[in-house]
Design a protein around this ligand. Structure first.
Ligand SMILES: [Mg+2]
Length: 124
């Protein structure tokens, strides 16, 4: 499973990385903001995108909209703070598969990630 982690916080990226790595998901790529994420997505295929909301250059919601506009079917999970929780509906309407509220327990992240992979594996 290849996962693209998009977050402007190096600490958050490493928290996510260690949670995924300790659950056997080791093909991880990082991007610092939305613009870099869109560039990275042109270079290869991913099974999941974990997308922070507040970022410089291009925020998570705008990035999500760009991803969807490009026709890419890779599932996206928003990683948001409590204050953006009310806006999560907006992200779901824009095509996000799920969301995770920061701060999170590693087990909570893994449960959501596995849920997305499971649903992706089911025939439509
Ligand atoms: Mg951020």
């Amino acid at each position: 499973m290849k996962v693209l982690i998009v977050d402007d916080s190096p600490i958050m990226r490493s928290l996510i990385k260690s949670a995924l790595t300790s659950n056997g998901i080791t093909e991880l790529t990082e991007a610092e903001h939305g613009k870099q994420a869109l560039e990275t997505l042109k270079t290869g295929t991913f099974d999941l995108i974990l997308l922070d909301w507040n970022m410089p250059e291009l925020d998570g919601l705008q990035t999500l909209k760009e991803i969807k506009k490009s026709g890419l079917a890779t599932p996206v999970m928003m990683v948001t703070t409590e204050s953006e929780k009310q806006r999560v509906v907006e992200a779901i309407c824009a095509g996000a598969k799920d969301y995770l509220i920061k701060p999170f327990e590693p087990a909570g992240l893994i449960a959501k990630v596995n849920g997305i992979f499971k649903r992706a594996a089911q025939p439509a």
